[in-house]
Design a protein around this ligand. Structure first.
Ligand code: SAH
Length: 257
């Protein structure tokens, strides 16, 4: 199962689902804890931390965990969120909305690749809140960013274990995508900063050659961005495209009286 990248792949691919830590803050229902353990195991994760659970251990947790007893048995129980996240270099909180002060918030599909990439550099914590009132403002403000599962705006609060399942599924899906491109390709996929550099360069050149008018932008640049993102170019392809852009710039300057 492609839960982590092997050593012979390029550096960027050393993501590791096992370094992603699911933290439940004061869960009240042991059944949810069991459901969460099962959600983790089905998606190739295993690190579960419980912050001051109301009822645990409990037979209901074991029953709901089904074949994921091992995840449950290895779960760490701690007294505080601080203890749960101490050595994590990235901490994110799941929430349906940003509160009091708006905080960076990403839909789960966008957050998954960020979390996976961060797992290459050490432990990452993903916080889930209490069944009745979620994460407190203090807890949410400990987080680098928030993750939301898009849902019915009239009723967007998922059951705790189901929210964990959706997030872990996205992580698993992205890990498979990354593994697919990494194992069959000779070059690593372009990083987001490299792609952004290319998009910036493209916009400059298209403006210089009067293809793009910043005062009347339309949708062309967005469509080009969509095209290149869909292709998921590798690092060499992006470097080559930038080489082409530089030549276009030089030719345009030479022909400009
Ligand atoms: N009533 C609470 C929601 C509790 S649901 C509130 O208003 O905040 C329990 C936990 O599941 C939440 O704290 C969050 O961690 C997660 N969760 C539920 N629905 C979610 C969603 N749509 N997006 C992200 N996380 C969600």
């Amino acid at each position: 199962m492609p839960v982590s990248a092997s050593d012979d792949r390029p550096d960027h691919a050393q993501f590791d689902l096992l370094k992603l830590r699911i933290v439940l803050v004061e869960p009240s229902h042991p059944g949810n804890i069991g459901g969460v353990a099962r959600a983790l195991k089905t998606m190739g994760l295993s690190q579960l931390v419980l912050v001051a659970p109301k009822r645990y251990p409990d037979p209901q947790a074991e029953w709901r965990a089904a074949g994921a007893q091992d995840v449950l048995q290895q779960a760490r129980v701690v007294d505080s969120v601080d203890e749960a996240i101490a050595e994590c270099h990235l901490v994110v909180g799941t929430s349906t909305r940003s509160r009091t002060l708006p905080w960076p918030i990403h839909p789960v599909v966008e957050a998954a690749p960020k979390l996976l990439a961060a797992s290459a550099h050490g432990p990452v914590a993903i916080l889930f809140g209490r069944e009745d009132n979620g994460l407190s403002n203090d807890e949410l403000q400990r987080c680098h960013f928030h993750v939301a599962i898009p849902a019915n705006p009239e009723y967007s609060s998922l059951n705790l274990a189901m929210a964990v399942q959706v997030l872990c599924y996205e992580l698993f899906r992205h890990s498979e995508l990354s593994t697919a491109i990494d194992s069959s390709w000779d070059k690593r996929a372009a990083r987001s900063d490299e792609l952004e550099g290319f998009f910036g360069h493209l916009e400059t050149v298209l403006t210089e050659i009067d293809f793009h008018d910043p005062s009347n932008p339309g949708q062309a640049l967005t469509r080009l961005r969509r095209l290149f993102t869909r292709i998921r170019p590798d690092e060499t392809e992006v470097a080559m495209l930038r080489g082409v852009l530089s030549h276009v710039q030089r030719a345009a300057r030479l022909s400009d009286p």
